[in-house]
Every structure is written in C-alpha cells, then in structure tokens.
Ligand binder design. Structure first.
Ligand SMILES: [Zn+2]
Length: 655
C-alpha cells in the first residue's frame, strides 16, 4: 500500500462504527495490516458453507447477503450492506463455515481483516470485540425474526386492507401469507410458515425499503381469517384469479355474429392479445398509435404509461387492427377522418369488462385509446370508501331503509357515482328489483336494470323515472336530480314505498335541502321522504409506505383551527408527505373520501316543515346524528390518512 492509500484507508476506518472506540493514533497501524480488494458486479465474495476466517468491511459499492431456502432450493436476500457495514464476522469469530453467501451487487471495494489481525486489534482495544458482538447480535436477531416462530392469534393483530392490497393476491395465496399492517416502516406479515423465505422475499421485493416482520399463525386461523374478510378483501385477489390463458369472449347484443367473425385470424388474435395483456397488467387504458415503422402500444398502469413488451407490431397491421376494434365497438370502419366513440363488452374468465373506445385521426393515422372498466370493481364495498366505522355503519342503515330518498352530494369528480353504486351494491339480492337511470350508464351491473338518458329521443331522467315506477322497483338509482320535475318524482317515489338513491349538485349536506326548496319542492314533501344526505369530497391519501410522523407548525394548526378541524391546543402528531418508490415519490397513493352525514330525524323534519333557515336546520341536525365534514376531516387527519394541505384545500373551496 502506498502512503496515500494508507492515509485513505486510515481515514475510512475512522468512520467505521466498528472502530469507534479506537484511538485515532492507533488507526494507521490497523490500516497497515488490512487488505483491500475489489469485486466485480455479481462476483461471489464467499459461499454459504465455505470455510473462512476473514472479516469484511464494505468500503464502496454494495454487498447482498443471501440465504438458501432449504425447502424450495431458492435463495433469498437477507440484507443489502453498504459502505461501513461489516460481514463475515460470524465465521471469523466462531471458526464455523460461512453461514450465508455474500455477493457484490455492483463494483465493490472491501477491506479484509484476517482473524490474527482482528485478535491483535482486540488485544489493544477490547471494545472492538463488543462492537463486533453487537453486529453479530443484530444479525442473529434479524435471522430469528425472519424465521419468527412465535405463534399468535390473527384476530389480535391490526389489519389494514390497504396494506393487504399492496401485494398481488397470487403471491399471497401461493405462500399463505397476509400482509397485515405497516407501522413505523415495518410491515407485519402473517404466515402459516414463517420459514418460507421465498414468499417473504417476494413481498420484500415489492415493498422495497420496508422491513418485513413475519408472525406465525396457525393454518386454521389463516383460513378462518380469509373467510371472515372475504367480502372486504380488496379486488386484487379477485383480479388475480384471471388466469393468463383465459380466452376473451366478446359480448355484444347489437353486433351480428358474422361481423364479429370478420377480419383475418392474425388480427383477431392480435387484438385479443393486446386487450388481455392490458387486463392482466391491470391497466386503466390501452393506447394504440401508429408510428412510421410500427404500431406503438402502451398501457397505463397505476397512472403511468408503459410500452408494451414483446414483438413489435409492423406498421402494415395498423389499418386492419383499427378496423377490427371499430367493428367490435360498432363504429363506422370507413370513417377515418373524424373522431369516434364507442364501447365493447367482453368477458375474460369469470369477469366482465367494458372497453370505452375512442378513435382520433392523427398525422400518422388513427390513434385508438381503449379505457378498461372493470365491471365488478364498479361496486366497491362501502367499507372501502367510508373508512370511519361509525359513519359507515349509519350509512348502511340508511341504505337498508325500505323507502325514502338518500341524497349524495358534492361537486363534480367528488366520487358521488362510486358511492351511489356502492350503496346499490348493498341492496343487490335475488328478491330485490333494482333499476337505474344514468347519464350515461357508466358500468354494466349484472342483475340490475339500467337505462341511459337520451334527451334527443325524449328519454329524460323524469320520464324514465315515471316509467320505472310502473315496473315495481324496490330500489331506484337516479344518476342526478337536476331539475324540479325529477326532484318531484324522486320525492314521490320515496314516499310510496321505494328507496331512491340520487345525487345532487350541492356543496354540503344542509345545502341540499336549500337546493330542493329552490327547485320549488314543498317543505312537507322534502321532510316526509328525506332519509339522509351524504356530502363528499376526495382528497389524496398519504402513502402508507413512507408517510412520517410530523409536528404541525403553529401556522398550520391555526389554519386547521380556523376551519374547526383541530383545536388550537392540539398536541398530537400528524403525518407528513415523504415520497418513496411505491408512490412514485409523490408521498400520496390513491384517494380517500371526506364525508359529511346528515340523518333526517323528527327534530330536523319539524324544522324543515317549519321552513327554517339553514342555520336553524344546522342546529337541529347537530342535536341529532349529524357528522359535519370538519369532524370527518379530523378523523382522517389524526388517523394519518391525509395531510392538512389536502384538507385545507377542500375546506377553502367550500365557502
Ligand atoms: Zn410512498
């Protein structure tokens, strides 16, 4: 080693925690006795089972520590070590064979310390032995946790369905594992077999940067848990049941069989393949765009467009491809200069999907975008929307009422339709006749009669509603109560033995009563049929993988106090945005609803009949089961589901 090298190694050793108790003047003499070695990317440093008595310190680069899962023979990564971290200490101390395989994950430099050198150091500085013992203890602890054997009852553990949803169902089913929750960056995973390292490793690969802590549960307990949560387990598990080889079945009432059969087999297979790939990827859209040499296909997955993998599609196929899709969507195949819209219904496996097709003439030819709507996902369990237990329970009760009107209100894009569908889902049963009037029908819901409004041929909300009333429905969903006529029929229907679910374009729950009055509806009719009002907004949901505890600033506290979401002397911590790989660095993942719930009780009804002003209605509501949006915001904030910024934005927009 040259003098310069020696100095550099000395400096490095001074930063290694193993030597933190070593006096600086002694470091050069250690540096003189160590060896430096460089490993190429992928090079094995040593293998599990080999003899060895050298301790390694990563100087630069990174080293993967791997164990082999005896049962399946696959190796999994136990740890990734970086500059300053130590490995190989176990074999050096115990003179036993290497307990794991270590491999350079990139070009890596290591410092090697032989057993005699280490012993000489310990003789001079005994604390170094303690430091190495600490490294060892941590490693043993990690191994034990990795193979954690203490059995627990699943029902005693916290379960967050959203954490469950992060891991594809097929992995969980194969390994009999249930991700339960994430707290302080540690994901608890219930496992029937906690020595199934391959399964844990697959999960680790998906939720990078999160520590995985397995807890062992009994198999009976595991199965019982799955049965219990079957209805509320997220769609991913159901989606994963679409098997790769399931063929596509095009379902179409209006298109003649012969038309479906048109086109060459090649093109038919190609279209089937593009669509089934999109569904398997859980893409929301498929973009098909002609380029000079080829047809470019991209899928939008989790909000980001990604290029299709596989053989490029020659440009010469584009026209036939576009024609085939237009035939399926019942569009005019000869029209290539104007944009067209259509839809296709198809079945893959047990599930039905709708494709909304849009064509756009571009310089290079027609660009086609297919939006994939998963029909089964249209009806979400209400528990997944309304996260606050108590509020959710009351909403369920309202929806189970035999008659009356439930209004869902909020601005455009606040998720009203999703809530209405979810409510309809609660009533979907063999013995219940459900009908919907929508503008237009968004998703085809099996077992439900749906009609789109079409003013051009006189099919308006009001006229369809009137016809529906002669069809003996139990539950009627009216997409939107837009005008007095629709409002009047809705209230009448609610009075005459039907449950009506409808949306209203108002800002808050009490505002909906005002809105109905402005439509010219009578106070007594409103009071008599009103069951309840749900008002809602959507805010971005904090990414559970990276959100961190945070002390809100006095300024933020003051702002939250101004809108009645937190009290000025609030002492607890909130969560703040960080950003990680799973959320694309945004710190948010998906959205979460903010609700306001108004339940019509006798008190409120009297005030409505008396024609009371809104502030008096509010007073009456507050005496009953009214949950103002402020209180729900408080819940979301203190549960760490969203941030002050998100809530301040919606409350600012309300007034
Ligand atoms: Zn994140």
């Amino acid at each position: 080693m040259s003098d310069a090298q020696l100095e550099q190694v000395t400096r490095f050793l001074g930063h290694v925690s193993l030597f933190e108790n070593v006096k600086p003047e002694y470091l050069p003499s250690i540096a003189k006795r160590v060896e430096e070695r460089v490993f190429a990317r992928g090079q094995i440093i040593f293998n599990e089972g080999e003899p060895g008595d050298t301790l390694y310190i990563v100087k630069a680069g990174s080293v993967g520590v791997f164990l082999v899962d005896a049962k399946v023979g696959l190796r999994f990564e136990l740890a990734r070590l970086r500059s300053g971290q130590v490995f190989g200490e176990m074999a050096m101390l115990t003179e036993q064979p290497r307990g794991a395989t270590c491999q350079a994950m990139e070009p890596t430099e290591c410092i090697l310390i032989s057993r005699p050198t280490f012993m000489a150091i310990v003789e001079r500085v005994p604390q170094v032995a303690l430091s190495v013992a600490e490294v060892l203890a941590n490693r043993v602890d990690q191994l034990n946790r990795e193979r954690g054997q203490t059995k627990v009852e699943l029902s005693e553990l916290r379960f967050d369905p959203d954490v469950y949803r992060m891991i594809p169902g097929r992995i969980l089913e194969r390994h009999k594992m249930i991700p339960l929750s994430i707290q302080n960056g540690i994901m608890s995973v219930a496992c029937v077999d906690a020595t199934d390292l391959t399964g844990l490793d697959e999960i680790r690969r998906i939720v990078r940067g999160v520590e995985i802590r397995p807890v062992t549960v009994g198999e009976a307990d595991y199965l019982q848990f799955l049965r219990q949560h079957a209805t509320q387990l997220p769609q991913d598990t159901q989606r994963a049941k679409v098997r790769r080889s399931e063929p596509i079945q095009w379902v179409s009432d209006d298109i003649k069989e012969t038309k479906l059969e048109s086109g060459s087999d090649d093109i038919k297979i190609l279209v089937d393949m593009l669509v089934s790939q999109g569904i398997e990827l859980e893409a929301s859209d498929i973009h098909i765009e002609p380029e000079l040499e080829q047809v470019n296909v991209r899928y939008r997955v989790s909000g980001l467009l990604q290029r299709r993998q596989g053989q490029p599609i020659p440009r010469a196929y584009h026209r036939a491809l576009a024609s085939r899709i237009k035939v399926l969507a019942d569009l005019d195949i000869s029209e290539r200069r104007r944009p067209q819209d259509g839809r296709i219904t198809l079945k893959m496996g047990q599930r039905q999907y709708d494709l909304r097709v849009s064509t756009m003439p571009t310089h290079e030819g027609e660009k086609i975008v297919l939006r994939i709507l998963d029909t089964a996902a249209a009806i979400q369990p209400i528990e997944r929307l309304i996260l606050a237990d108590k509020v959710c329970r009351v909403v369920k009760q309202l929806v189970q009422r035999p008659h009356g009107v439930v209004f869902v209100c909020g601005p455009t894009g606040s998720g009203k339709t999703t809530t209405l569908y979810s409510a309809v889902g609660l009533r979907r049963r063999e013995d219940t006749n459900i009908v919907t009037v929508e503008d237009p029908v968004e998703y085809n819901l099996p077992g439900i009669t749906q009609v789109s409004v079409n003013p051009e041929i006189g099919l308006k909300f009001a006229s369809i509603l009137r016809s529906f009333l002669r069809q003996d429905p139990n539950v009627i969903l009216v997409g939107e109560t837009r005008d007095a006529e629709t409002g009047k029929i809705a209230l009448e229907a609610g009075l005459t033995g039907h449950l009506v679910l409808t949306s209203l374009h108002t800002n808050d729950a009490l505002g909906s009563i005002q809105r109905l009055r402005e439509m010219g509806l009578e106070d007594y009719a409103i009071a008599a049929s009103l069951v309840g009002v749900i008002s809602q907004r959507l805010v971005r949901r904090l990414c559970p993988m990276c959100a961190k505890e945070d002390q809100p600033s006095p300024h933020v506290l003051e702002q939250l106090a101004m809108i009645d979401v937190l009290s000025r002397d609030f002492k607890g911590g909130l969560k703040k945005v960080v950003g990680c790989e799973t959320c694309g660095g945004t710190g948010y993942r998906g959205r979460v609803g903010v609700y306001e719930l108004l339940v019509a009780d006798d008190n409120l009804r009297q005030e409505i009949i008396a024609g009371s002003a809104q502030f008096k209605l509010r007073e009456a509501a507050l005496k009953g089961a009214f949950v103002p949006m402020e209180r729900y915001s408080h819940y979301l904030l203190t549960q760490g589901l969203t941030t002050p910024e998100e809530l301040l934005a919606i409350h600012a927009g309300k007034s």
